[in-house]
Ligand binder design. Structure first.
Ligand SMILES: O=C(CO)[C@H](O)[C@H](O)COP(=O)(O)O
Ligand SMILES: [Fe+2]
Length: 227
């Protein structure tokens, strides 16, 4: 089944608990952590994740756009994240970090910026539960989807299949009713959507519509779309 993860980057930060509850039919709540160093924007950190964990039952998918994730990522598991994504461009020891995240009980995920290829990291795949292929430059919501990332989504899906793994393949950035089918056809099965969900009059209905569209277009061998 296709998974839809609304990004609270596009929500009202003064009403985060209500905004989280507004999408409770979604699979995960995507929480963008930015440190003003790895990306030129600043959002939220561990205390907000702790509060969100108490305010909602949706599992939290924390996307860390920060420097030195080796040092900071474990604290997000302690704060209640069910999935923690670090950027491979920022990680000093990605294997050790993925093992630490898993050992603490969360899903470990590696993100790639649009210009970062997957191939150098092929051997890391068995250490991971998810790969995030960024479909915009990280840092801001509401950007236009970068078509140039579609071949990498396809190549990542092929590598996952070649290794016989059941990793999830997430896309993040500019995902909407106009682009989600292309992502699903290329092999993505977890879809982050910020402005397409929180910019809609009815965020829960937007989640349902995106999920239906992704499932119709879904890649036949993707584990979460083939049931
Ligand atoms: O990681 C991100 C930006 O760095 C966000 O998750 C992403 O941009 C979601 O927003 P939108 O769907 O509006 O593009
Ligand atoms: Fe994100």
């Amino acid at each position: 089944m296709a998974q839809i993860n609304p990004s609270i980057l596009s929500a009202d930060f003064a009403r985060l608990a209500d905004e989280a509850r507004a999408v409770e039919g979604a699979d995960w709540l995507h929480v963008d952590v930015m440190d003003n160093h790895f990306v030129p924007n600043l959002t939220l950190g561990v205390p907000v994740v702790e509060s969100l964990r108490k305010a909602t039952d949706i599992p939290l998918d924390c996307h860390l756009m920060i420097e030195d994730p080796d040092r900071w990522a474990p604290a997000y598991v302690d704060a209640g994240a069910g999935s923690v994504t670090f950027h491979v461009e920022a990680a000093a020891a990605p294997v050790r970090l993925a093992r630490e995240i898993r050992a603490k009980g969360a899903r470990a995920s590696m993100a790639l910026k649009p210009a970062t290829p997957i191939e150098p990291y092929e051997d890391l795949l068995p250490e991971l539960d998810m790969v995030l292929v960024m479909t915009v430059e990280p840092g801001f919501g509401g950007q236009a989807f970068l078509d140039v990332t579609l071949p990498k989504i396809r190549r990542t899906r092929k590598l996952i299949e070649r290794h016989g793994l059941s990793l999830w393949l997430q896309v993040d950035g500019g995902v909407s009713t106009a682009t989600i089918e292309r992502c699903a056809e290329a092999g993505a099965d977890v879809f982050v959507a910020g402005s397409a969900v929180y910019g809609a009059d009815d965020p829960a209905a937007a989640v349902a519509a995106l999920r239906e569209q992704a499932e119709r277009a879904g890649h036949p061998t993707s584990p979460t779309t083939s049931g």
